[in-house]
Design a protein around this ligand. Structure first.
Ligand code: G3P
Length: 218
């Protein structure tokens, strides 16, 4: 399963890239708004694409097909790693079809149902992003959506990759792996939480204490 980092924070991106643990990045307008300040978002997008050599999802902000296609072309031209992210609306699906035909990779986002995921695949999306945590937030079963999309895509041989998004904790990641999601996008905090276990810390403490009794060096 591919791991993407869900952030536009350059320090966090460098930290994870330096560890060699991530396969790509996803951003959205809210994430870029948190970090851009006075900077042109497109400059930050270019910098992200240069830090991580993998798919980097950059989202359009237009709401109609023609504007999305025009913005998608601009975003796609930023770097060869750019993936054009589009909302799962009628216009977003049409723009996805147009941009796919022009050779751009696409990520159809804000997916909350299997029927939406079907249309993303029919529109030729490279990735579909079901938002697990936001379904949980309204007392739904977010992970059930991943399960159902996996089954439907496998039943019909759709090539669109399931990019599980809005993941909030390590158990979400484990469940996505068990269900066969192709990719998970994680906030930096969740990425680093994956490495933590109290028995690792306790075990290491014991090893260090025992080693110290030797007074030796490696
Ligand atoms: O990738 C989508 C993600 O950024 C949404 O996450 O936590 O805002 O629902 P969240």
């Amino acid at each position: 399963m591919k791991i993407f980092l869900d952030t536009a924070n350059l320090d966090e991106i460098r930290r994870a890239a330096d560890a060699g643990l991530i396969d790509g990045i996803t951003t959205n307008p809210s994430l870029i708004a948190k970090v851009a300040g006075d900077r042109d978002p497109k400059e930050i997008y270019r910098e992200i694409c240069e830090i991580v050599d993998g798919p980097i999802s950059l989202e359009v902000v237009g709401l109609d097909r023609d504007t999305m296609v025009a913005e998608g072309r601009k975003l796609g031209a930023i770097h060869e790693n750019a993936v054009v992210k589009l909302p799962l609306t009628e216009d977003g699906l049409k723009a996805c079809r147009d941009l796919t035909a022009e050779g751009f990779r696409t990520n159809v986002t804000l997916c909350f149902s299997v029927s939406q995921a079907l249309l993303a695949a029919k529109a030729g999306a490279t990735y579909v992003s079901p938002f697990v945590g936001r379904i949980d937030d309204i007392s739904g079963e977010g992970m059930e959506l991943i399960h159902q999309i996996r089954q439907v895509y496998d039943n019909y041989g759709f090539k669109t990759q399931i990019l599980a998004a809005s993941l909030r904790h390590p158990l979400h990641v484990v469940e996505c792996m068990m269900l066969g999601a192709d990719c998970c996008t994680l906030p930096p905090k969740v990425l680093w939480q994956l490495s933590k276990h109290p028995l690792t810390d306790k075990g290491l403490e014991g090893f260090m204490a025992d080693w110290a009794t030797l007074g030796a060096e490696l």
